[in-house]
Design a protein around this ligand. Structure first.
Ligand code: ADP
Ligand code: ADP
Ligand code: ZN
Ligand code: ZN
Length: 753
């Protein structure tokens, strides 16, 4: 064991012979109740070790403790490919998946802060509205006008129907209402009107029944069913759910037909009048929930009520944790679904900080995503606090500021994919610095400021932006250069760039959001690369190209070309196991006999992008593969399910696609997410190439190397939330460093050497 603390009294987690994905028979010991940071270039195997092996095995062992009955339902998740894992504790993965797409979930309900606030109001609010539930917008306290959602929608009826058609001719223009479908049949057979009559010929009564009739029980063809007018039906089907979670065409439909306004009954507070009448220190619970968390913490600090001190203490503690973690600019009434991935991860972390569990293994995926260098310090404090509560903390991270606080570092590499999968270094941070590993060499890496920023003449002006916290901001976005937008988390960068830029149709936003598609989607299908691959296979073997698609007759019927069999459970996350028929190869044995230059289709889909680039001579395939290498995805395999890609990888994959479209203006959100310090240079070269090809590139970033490389910087601040929302600097990086005192300037100054 390299470091003395490894052998201390708390013992170690022993990993022996790990071979998941690209791991090469890796064995190591991880000190328990310590903070271990995993480093290495993207694709080196960090996730395969931390999530795919350690967390996965812990999860599997927990599943095994369920009854045999439950296990039959859950299937047996395949055991990670590892010889032995000893001394493992229960693992909790704190990831960047966005939080529940439920309109009833808010920051307050997700952290339990709102529950505690309700208790405080029920005890000392004047007049008291009743028990705690009387203040709950999901229970008794719910505003009857909006059922506790706080918003009401109005529907543009013309967006739902075509009056020149009959119902049978397709008069209903709502998604999922096809003429031969179930929904339309319900209207056609209802008996309230003639489905062959054009809507414009309907009587007033017929039109009213068609559009507005409230839910009415009826018997249709012998079956009990409920008739409901089109407007309430659409409202229930589409508008009472979270728009952000809807499929893109449904989201577009909602945007087209619905306008949302605060509920007139409750003013958007979701609560009934009795709950709103109850006050503490002049404020009601809705006003408290709308306050910025940092202000609410100050407000509650002044309360001194012995009768409720334990609740107040817990509530203050939760609010303080939110402030410490850099989320003090949020309010408790903020819908969880609108939080960014990084914000969601930090909220989950606050929940765990309040947990009474100890001796848990917490696993974090790049917890500093979305954090300005100024905010990273606070995140570090919280990671250390989790450790000091007696937990083992495992963190995958690239930022030197967080690597610096590790008790133990494990560096994977040396390269990505097949060129990685080995342990290059284990030990202390000092040891890592002294080692000649790629990570060690980059730790104290200083960057040079761009010497001659590209000049610009044309700009895209933003005038008087006031979305969210923006304070009447006017700023010019230069065209044809690389602009980096900076500022602490919550300063208003997204509100300015996503919410306030004049709409132009050449703008593509390349973000980290999930890519929708089936479980069969992978980089080959998503980029269109599969087409030239199928054609090449078909030509070489004189058979149909369709045989080589995962959704064709050539696919394994058992797993439908996925290679994995999923068992979905109502309440638990689904589990996947390798298909027993094809052993994960996805295709019928007959299809696998067709070869292209000695390889079958399953082998080709198993290749990494880099391997495939050497394998394919076909021009069309090469062009796609080159772009994938350019965006730093050379290590990803062609057939890897898109659902297994990280946010950063998804963003770079989308960039590879959009690059081919020659968009004109690209907006990227923290494109360095998931990138090792050594990979960032390649990303910068790519951004330069986009600009040199005549494009405008706007990047929201916290990485100092990207800031230093900008032609132009727009810095927002000075703080977050109400303390932000102003432009505090615009100019070149050199000017920023030389003349400005903003937080960004201070941190950039330290970074340039
Ligand atoms: P890191 O976390 O260091 O970026 P990963 O562990 O995600 O690296 O990836 C290591 C290698 O394993 C890469 O070549 C990647 O393409 C491959 N890989 C990761 N996940 C899967 C998967 N679900 N299926 C197939 N290959 C995978
Ligand atoms: P940044 O991108 O710099 O992190 P944002 O633009 O996301 O900052 O946030 C600026 C302010 O606007 C914050 O106070 C944030 O809470 C608020 N805000 C952002 N998005 C929303 C939203 N969808 N609803 C309400 N407030 C929001
Ligand atoms: Zn209401
Ligand atoms: Zn199969």
């Amino acid at each position: 064991m390299p470091a003395e603390h490894v052998a201390d009294s708390h013992g170690v987690i022993q990993v022996r012979g790990a071979r998941e994905n690209n791991l090469r028979d890796v064995s190591l010991d991880l000190p328990k109740r310590r903070l271990t940071v995993f480093t290495g270039v993207s694709g080196s195997g960090k996730s395969s070790l931390v999530f795919g092996t350690i967390a996965a095995e812990s999860q599997r062992m927990i599943n095994e403790t369920y009854s045999a009955f439950l296990q039959t339902f859950m299937g047996s998740p395949s055991r990670p490919d590892v010889d032995a894992l000893h001394n493992l504790s229960a693992a909790i993965v704190v990831d960047q998946e966005r939080m529940g797409a439920n309109v009833r979930s808010t920051l307050g309900t997700a952290t339990d802060a709102y529950t505690m606030l309700r208790i405080v109001f029920s005890r000392i609010g004047v007049p008291s509205a009743g028990s705690a539930l009387a203040y709950s917008f999901n229970a008794e306290g719910m505003c009857p006008g909006c059922e506790g959602i706080g918003k009401v929608s109005t529907i543009d009826i013309e967006g739902l129907i075509d009056r020149d058609k009959s119902i049978l001719e397709g008069a209903i223009t709502v998604p999922q209402f096809s003429v031969d479908g179930w929904y339309v049949k319900g209207y056609a057979d209802s008996g309230y009107f003639d489905p062959a009559k054009k809507l414009r010929d309907f009587t007033e009564q017929e039109l009213d029944d068609f559009l507005h009739r409230p839910a009415t029980k009826m018997k249709l063809n012998g079956i009990n069913t409920t008739y409901e007018g089109l407007v309430p039906k659409v409202q229930r089907m589409y508008l009472s759910k979270d728009k952000e979670a809807a499929q893109p065409h449904i989201k577009a439909f909602i945007d087209r037909v619905a306008t949302f306004a605060p509920c007139p009954d409750c003013g958007g507070t979701r609560l009934r009048p009795e709950a709103l009448a109850s006050r503490i220190g002049g404020r009601n619970i809705a006003e408290c929930s709308a306050m910025q968390v940092s202000d609410l913490a100050v407000f509650l600090a002044d309360l001194d009520e012995p009768s409720i001190s334990p609740v107040l203490l817990t509530l203050r503690h939760t609010l303080d944790s939110l402030v410490e973690i850099g989320l003090g600019y949020l309010s408790l009434d903020r819908e969880s679904g609108t939080l960014s991935g990084g914000e969601a991860q930090r909220v989950k972390m606050v929940r765990h900080l309040g947990s009474a569990l100890t001796d848990v293994t917490y696993v974090f995926d790049e917890p500093t995503v979305g954090l300005h260098p100024h905010d990273i310090q606070r995140m570090n404090t919280l990671l250390l606090r989790l450790r000091d509560k007696g937990n083992t903390v495992l963190v995958v991270e690239h930022k030197p500021e967080t690597i610096a606080i590790a008790d133990h570092v494990v560096d994977l590499g040396p390269g990505a994919g097949p060129a990685g999968g080995e342990i290059c270094f284990e030990g202390t941070v000092a040891g890592l610095r002294a080692s000649d590993s790629l990570t060690g060499r980059h730790l104290d890496h200083k960057v040079a400021l761009r010497e001659s920023p590209r000049p610009f003449t044309e700009v895209l002006p933003i005038k008087g932006a006031s979305l969210h916290n923006l304070k009447d901001v006017s700023v010019d976005i230069p065209l044809g250069v690389l602009t980096v937008v900076t500022g602490v988390a919550g300063s208003g960068k997204s509100s300015l760039i996503y919410g306030s830029m004049p709409r132009r149709d050449d703008v593509v936003v390349v973000d980290q959001s999930a890519i929708r598609g089936s479980r069969r989607s992978n980089p080959a299908t998503y980029t269109g690369l599969l087409d030239p691959i199928r054609t090449a296979f078909a030509k070489a073997n004189k058979v149909k190209p369709a045989l080589f698609s995962a959704n064709s007759e050539g696919a394994c019927p058992n797993c439908k070309g996925i290679g994995l069999v999923y068992v979905d459970l109502a309440m638990m996350a689904g589990v996947a196991s390798v298909c027993e028929e094809c052993e994960g190869k996805r295709f019928l044995p007959e299809v696998l006999t067709y070869k292209l230059r000695g390889r079958d289709i399953s082998e080709v889909l198993g290749m990494s992008v880099t391997e495939a680039r050497d394998f394919f001579t076909e021009k069309q395939a090469r062009a796609v593969l080159d772009r994938l290498v350019d965006v730093g995805l050379g290590y990803v395999s062609l057939g890897q399910p898109l659902t297994t890609l990280s946010g950063g990888e998804r963003q770079r994959l989308k960039l590879a696609i959009h690059m081919a479209e020659k968009a004109g203006t690209y907006i990227l959100d923290e494109p360095t997410t998931g990138l090792h310090l050594a990979d960032v240079d390649q990303l910068l070269a790519l951004l330069d190439r986009l600009v040199d090809d005549g494009n405008t590139v706007i990047v929201i970033e916290h990485h100092q190397a990207v800031m230093a490389h900008a032609d132009w910087i727009i810095d927002l601040g000075p703080g977050a939330g109400q303390d932000g929302g102003r432009i505090v600097f615009t100019g070149t990086p050199a000017d920023l460093v030389a003349t400005s005192q903003t937080l960004t300037a201070q941190h950039l100054r330290e970074y340039v050497g």
